[in-house]
Design a protein around this ligand. Sequence first.
Ligand SMILES: Cc1cc2nc3c(=O)[nH]c(=O)nc-3n(C[C@H](O)[C@H](O)[C@H](O)COP(=O)(O)OP(=O)(O)OC[C@H]3O[C@@H](n4cnc5c(N)ncnc54)[C@H](O)[C@@H]3O)c2cc1C
Length: 579
Amino acid sequence: MRDTASALDGSPSAGAQALQIPGEWDREADIVVIGAGATGLPAAIVAREAGASVILVEVERDIGGHAIISGGNIPLGGGTSVQKKHGIEDSPDLLFRDLTDWSVVGPNGFPDYRYNDREIIRAFADNSAATFEWLLARGVVFVDKAPDALGGNSVGNSVPREMHCAVMDWPMAHNGEPADPAVQRIRSSGNGMMRSLEVAARKAGVQILLEHRMTRIWRQTPNSGSVLGIAVDHMGAKLNIRARKGVIIGTGGSTGNVNFRRMFDPRLTEEYCGLAGMPWSDQDARGELAAMAIGASLWGFYNQTGEFGSNVTKPGSVGCQYNYRHLQWMPGSPVFDRARATGLRVANWQDLILVNMLGKRFYDETGGQYIANNYNSLDPYVQGSYLNARNLTWNPNNFLNAALAGIDDGHNGGGPIWAIFDSDAVAREEWTPTPPYVDIAAGFFFAANRLADLAEKIVMKYQRVPMPPTNLEETVARYNSFVDSGADEDFGKPTPMYKIAKPPFYAAWATPVVHDTRAGLRINAKCQVIDLNGEIIPGLYCGGESAGGFSQHGLARAACQGYIAGNAAIGAPPFESAV
Ligand SMILES: Cc1cc2nc3c(=O)[nH]c(=O)nc-3n(C[C@H](O)[C@H](O)[C@H](O)COP(=O)(O)OP(=O)(O)OC[C@H]3O[C@@H](n4cnc5c(N)ncnc54)[C@H](O)[C@@H]3O)c2cc1C
């Protein structure tokens, strides 16, 4: 469909033409949603069910975003029907106070909630239970048990809120197969949530356009007026889609965009190429960049750099590019051609050492990653009490900071981290060190019969200096001496257990993984995007990982903000929009 109109109704004029606003629109709808993930699908359904026409554009070949491969653990509380059924007393006020409690800190002293935007958290607290009941009514099946704390990540300390979406019988993204029927209603996974929402969206009449990448957002002028629509790229074809009432950004964040993420943390250079959730979908900051190009502000930077949760994580597997600890790609996955290898899942970090580009160890390999506040992490706990911090034992875990520290050559970024192990470790872990378990072709796995040869073989895109063979030999010899003496004099690894002595020897990619985006576009309680002057950008909405001001892992804030944005964009009470 093509259409021309005048500037006043949000369409092109002669002046607007000078600003390159499209002269014609290829498609149009009341609401245009960008991204078919945990934010976008709820937003689209809400708007469509209220009578608006809705186009949902998704860059990938399938819907789901990170949400479909997620663990499906979703902390919606504030007084849900399930909390009530199990006698858990929660309320919007309790939830709000939990998520803004200045006094909660982790064992490394970092506060989870101190920098949360009160307006945004208030909106979440007030709509959390409603979002849960809405999901239930749209066919999302939850595991039938009391809310707990499993999988929680900055979800509030006072009461259990974690619900679990049942995986159900749709083929799963990571292996292309449905789950065993015995576990389909008891295993938590985002698969069931997102496929149920896809069914609800199609049933409601949302037009879902796959392989449509939003490339820019049209506004009357770059810094004023209403948002008019978006430009998309569809397999090389450029299209313009007009949005009569609003555009909702649900593009999932920015940690896959190297320059963007380095605004928050300069250490996160190119080698951190194993984004959790890729290659199913990226987080390339396109939503943020398109909104910033028409004046939008970013918000809540601390939440991205605070050392809690899963913004940067320790890998769970070695020997492949995509090695996030809660996700392993299998050959049956529709994206396995892009994932290339499953990786070797590490059961015991005693089975290997981790070295940097120079072949030197940098930390106790059994060290963990940052943690986050969850139900009962602080016990005793009194909201807002100075005693919460006093009752904690100071116990920072700096594994990630050591891995990201670099090699003292003036460069940012820690460079590749390599797991070094021998054939005895392979036997203990029951690994198969060949494709498709490891990615030899792209340089994420190497093997040799001598350690010196192994070091020389490590040539790949991100290894910007050669690993000196003598360094690796000396590192392994010293580590083996710690196994003999029973004490790691360099990094305090608890009782080093196994020597690295029996060839062949292996070097497997074990570089930290970037994951959550917790800072993004500035929004208000209605998920309206705000500009650098503090003014609403009329007709533009955002939620989920592309929105800032809210420090919490994942699904709950995304689904809730999708619910809010969808309602606000169509002007439904109590979210009447300014448009
Ligand atoms: C392995 C894994 C496990 C997880 N487990 C949990 C968990 O158990 N609990 C939890 O709460 N959270 C979990 N999360 C996090 C959670 O999945 C995300 O926080 C949540 O999905 C974010 O929702 P979103 O809508 O912001 O982004 P997404 O769900 O990622 O959706 C964004 C969508 O936008 C699309 N898109 C991006 N750019 C464009 C563009 N330019 N044009 C068109 N479309 C575009 C993407 O392709 C994607 O489909 C997990 C994440 C991963 C990767």
